[in-house]
Design a protein around this ligand. Structure first.
Ligand SMILES: *Cc1c(COP(=O)(O)O)cnc(C)c1O
Length: 384
């Protein structure tokens, strides 16, 4: 028996509610502990390992790039960085023609907020209740839920929050001082809450009329998770700014802020040391190639539907609602979620919460039907 748990508990601040599993290796949709017990991973590094663990194409790209060049400052040009920029502009909505590369979701959102203030010269932001945009000071100011925010006040001024899917509330909130409206298309941490098509269409039009930018946070929904390459495609939506991260490089830290052609940022106003490093860029290029070549979006759409169909074959007496887009699945319970997550882990399934009473499933998109059958079997045991 190892001391790994004890070491983490002793030498890291207690920020995370830990689960009783030391994961040392992964393969596809499976995680293995130190005794080589297999777990079905429906967390996927919190929506990161969409290609599954140790995908051979990703491993090869990282190995080759590591032997070639790992770091390269943004004051120099680089071959793989330039290729990734081109690829990102290709795969994101057509109006987005520039990509600012960084290292995480929250950094992508920080850049989005700064660029929106720069571009509009306006101070304020409107975001959605139950939204989640990250943990740094700007992103956490954009995040509604008090438990993420309150202990760190005073935060960045200028943020207000509106209930999702109520267009009249947004109409009241957006004015001449609004730099941007920032929204998720399916709220992830907030409980897997999909946005309504008429609401996002109206929000797009409202922002256009009032001179505010529309920022879409696709950090969790991007890269095939919802059954389209980006969730924007479900709504035929062209945001002014789109932020992406999580599954972008299959697990290697990276993020990006996509901008429309009008948004011009002067030299020296923003930047990053690690952002756009060749190692992460090579990983992202390899991951995106697999998402495209293996049509992972179609796979996520099909498997998501399969999951829901199988799950709802039985009467689920403890379930209030199931919300889903592709393989982004929320199961809202009539009770708190913790006990159920423990039950799942005891049966070798890693799942996530989304708020107090929602089980969230974000399995790798390479999960197979047999593995889904097993997950559904255990869910049936604990939810009926
Ligand atoms: C995870 C997440 C973030 C923050 O990303 P980090 O990489 O953890 O900083 C922001 N927005 C959404 C929608 C997310 O799911």
């Amino acid at each position: 028996m190892s001391d790994y748990k004890a070491l983490e508990e002793e030498f890291a601040p207690t920020l995370y509610p830990k689960r009783d599993l030391v994961a040392v290796r992964g393969e596809g949709a499976l995680l293995f502990d130190e005794n080589d017990n297999a777990y079905i991973d429906c967390a996927a590094g919190i929506g990161v390992a969409s290609l599954g663990h140790s995908h051979p194409k990703l491993v090869e790209a990282i190995q080759q790039q590591a032997a070639k060049l790992i770091t390269c400052p943004n004051i120099l040009y680089n071959d793989v960085r330039s290729e990734l920029l081109k690829k990102l502009v290709e795969v994101t909505p057509v109006n987005l023609t520039q990509a600012y590369l960084c290292n995480s979701g929250t950094e992508a959102n920080e850049a989005a907020l700064k660029f929106a203030r720069l571009h509009t010269g306006r101070p304020n932001f409107v975001t959605a209740m139950r939204g989640f945009h990250g943990r740094t000071m700007g992103s956490v100011s954009a995040t509604f839920t008090k438990k993420y925010r309150e202990a760190f006040e005073p935060l960045i001024p200028g943020f207000s929050y509106v209930p999702l899917n109520k267009i009249e509330k947004l109409e009241t909130a957006v004015d001449d001082n609004t730099a941007a409206v920032m929204l998720e298309l399916v709220q992830g941490e907030g409980g897997v809450n999909p946005i309504q098509a008429d609401y996002i269409a109206a929000a797009r039009e409202l922002c256009r009329q009032r001179g505010a930018l529309l920022i879409i946070d696709e950090i969790q929904t991007g890269f095939c998770r919802t059954g389209k390459f980006f969730a924007c495609e479900h709504f035929d939506l062209q945001p002014d700014i789109m932020t992406i991260a999580k599954a972008m490089a299959g697990g290697v830290p990276i993020g990006a802020t996509m901008l429309n052609a009008d948004i011009q940022i002067n030299p020296g106003l923003h930047g990053t040391t690690f952002g756009g490093n060749p190692l992460a860029c090579a990983a992202a290029l390899a991951a995106i190639e697999v998402y495209q070549n293996e049509d992972m979006a179609a796979r996520a759409a099909e498997l998501g539907e399969y999951f829901e169909t199988e799950l709802t074959r039985k009467e689920l007496s403890q379930v209030r609602a199931i919300r889903r887009l592709g393989l982004m699945i929320g199961i809202e319970l009539k009770q708190k979620v913790q006990e159920k997550l423990s039950y799942l882990l005891e049966h070798r399934i890693v799942a996530l919460p989304a708020g107090a009473n929602v089980i969230r499933m974000l399995p790798p998109l390479v999960i197979d039907k047999e593995q889904i059958d097993r997950v559904v079997e255990v869910l049936h045991d604990c939810l009926t």
